[in-house]
Design a protein around this ligand. Structure first.
Ligand code: SAM
Length: 263
């Protein structure tokens, strides 16, 4: 990686780490998805894959009486979550772990709920769904968000952005087929509203970019990088109708509380 690429990557990470959350989502959407998990039990064992700095991890800790293992491969985000967990007195219920979700060595059939907002695609949706199925107890729930195409023939700028970030991105129907193909029963799904893109994600991102522009005034390279970073919320403002984030809730078939080694 060149020094210029390093600087782009460094500013990208510093910007994302500073935000309330690292992708679209909201407490209201988490509550709606959680409400679909209506047989989850009183104190579920929850796994949050690709938790980032843990905005939704902390919401799950408030919304349930369960225990949560939260995993992300980016160590600074986990450090931020650990500090928040300690500050809120949640250490007995929330464990934040640096790790790769694909090889974290978690025990099979041990979770009542696997949660993942905007992260499963990083290891490929198919392998991620197989992993989640394996980690859930029979009767356990999977709740995750995924970016999906909403309209065909997106503008070149949008096509290029997703070709880079999520080349295999499909439509809602493709995700539903993948969910069923992985052996889950669909419980429900809904599209994240615009507020879930802006309130805790793009609005603070644009505010932080404005601060960084002021801090780096006169530094042409930094300002050019900030222009690149500002392109994402701007693209969403102009072309957000072409893509969406969908919340999916599915269930591993089986009787809750009974481990079944054959399926
Ligand atoms: C779009 S962010 C979403 C973060 C958080 N769930 C949220 O909604 O704010 C995706 C997260 O997945 C994490 N990630 C990417 N690949 C991963 C992997 N293989 N294992 C664990 N985490 C991963 C990234 O570090 C990042 O924090």
């Amino acid at each position: 990686m060149s020094a210029a690429d390093d600087r782009v990557q460094g500013m990208f990470l510093a910007l994302f780490e500073s935000l309330p959350r690292q992708g679209p989502g909201s407490r209201a959407c988490a509550m709606r998805a959680l409400a679909l998990c209506d047989e989850i039990g009183d104190a579920p064992a929850i796994l949050d894959l690709g938790c980032g700095a843990g905005a939704q991890t902390l919401q799950l800790a408030e919304l349930t009486a369960g225990t949560i293992v939260a995993i992300d491969s980016h160590a600074p985000s986990i450090e931020r979550l650990r500090e928040a967990v300690a500050r809120r007195g949640l250490s007995a219920r929330v464990e934040a772990v640096v790790g790769d979700m694909a090889s974290a060595g978690l025990p099979r059939a041990s979770f009542d709920l696997v949660w993942s907002e905007g992260a499963l695609y990083n290891i490929g949706l198919g392998p991620a769904l197989a992993l989640c199925h394996d980690l859930l107890r029979p009767g356990g729930y999977l709740a995750f968000t995924d970016a999906v195409w909403r309209e065909p023939n997106p503008p070149a700028e949008v096509a290029a952005a997703f070709a880079d970030d999520y080349p295999t991105m499909g439509r809602v129907e493709d995700d539903l087929a993948a969910i069923r193909g992985a052996g889950f029963a669909l419980v429900g799904h809904f599209t994240l509203p615009e507020a879930a893109w802006w309130d805790d994600f793009y609005t603070p991102m644009e505010a932080r970019i404005a601060e960084l522009r002021a801090e780096h005034a006169g530094d042409a390279e930094a300002l050019a990088i900030l222009d690149q970073l500002a392109a994402e919320p701007e693209m969403h403002r102009r072309h957000g109708d072409f893509y969406a984030y969908e919340f999916f809730v599915a269930r591993r078939p089986g009787v809750r509380g009974r481990t079944n080694s054959c399926c």
